[in-house]
Unconditional design. Structure first.
Length: 200
């Protein structure tokens, strides 16, 4: 298997210009969920037009949480999280686990597990992931996606988020992404710390 080079990983990450998103913290996002006892209810009706995963602070559309902290419950079959940072961190950890523990190191093997064919068009999903992560589709079956490298990990997860949720509209505070730079950086750090704790 041929590993992605660091240069190509940088190029993949740069293809989604999160550096253009500035000055927005987690409080800039409308509150979408409120915990009332064991019940989760939508608070803001303006959120109803947003993708399901964004409303649940679950941009990867995960069925279950990997990290217990911040997991609120299951809504319509998908995990709800307290913040977007928590949802992002769970996606990072899950992706790293798929790569290191399950050995899913190519686009087809990873996506086949992550996005079941019964619910997704796998060929289209794979093609979009190849494009987002700067991978030659003709080599997708043999090229290592190298999720050990954080730049490759970020590019990969951003690709998943874009496929799962589409592109934000012009009215969304961060416009180019569903999350802020601060949320992304904090989530990556949190995921790496969690992985380190689990390996001790």
């Amino acid at each position: 298997m041929k590993l992605l080079t660091v240069r190509r990983c940088y190029a993949a990450a740069a293809s989604f210009p999160i550096s253009s998103v500035r000055g927005l913290g987690p409080n800039s996002r409308p509150a979408s969920l409120r915990k009332l006892g064991s019940t989760l209810q939508a608070e803001d009706k303006t959120m109803s037009n947003l993708p399901h995963g964004i409303r649940l602070n679950n941009p990867g559309n995960l069925r279950r949480a990997v990290m217990p902290a911040g997991a609120l419950g299951i809504i319509d079959g998908f995990q709800a999280f307290d913040t977007m940072e928590t949802g992002l961190a769970n996606l990072f950890v899950l992706s790293m686990n798929y790569y290191t523990k399950l050995g899913l190191r190519t686009v087809p093997t990873f996506i086949a597990r992550y996005a079941p064919a019964s619910e997704n068009d796998l060929m289209q999903y794979e093609q979009l992931m190849c494009r987002f992560c700067n991978i030659n589709p003709l080599k997708a079956g043999t090229q290592d996606i190298n999720l050990i490298d954080e730049w490759c990990l970020v590019a990969w997860c951003r690709g998943i988020i874009r496929v799962e949720n589409g592109r934000p509209g012009a009215n969304w505070p961060t416009m180019m992404e569903w999350f802020t730079v601060a949320e992304l950086a904090a989530a990556l750090k949190r995921a790496q710390e969690w992985k380190s704790e689990q390996s001790v």
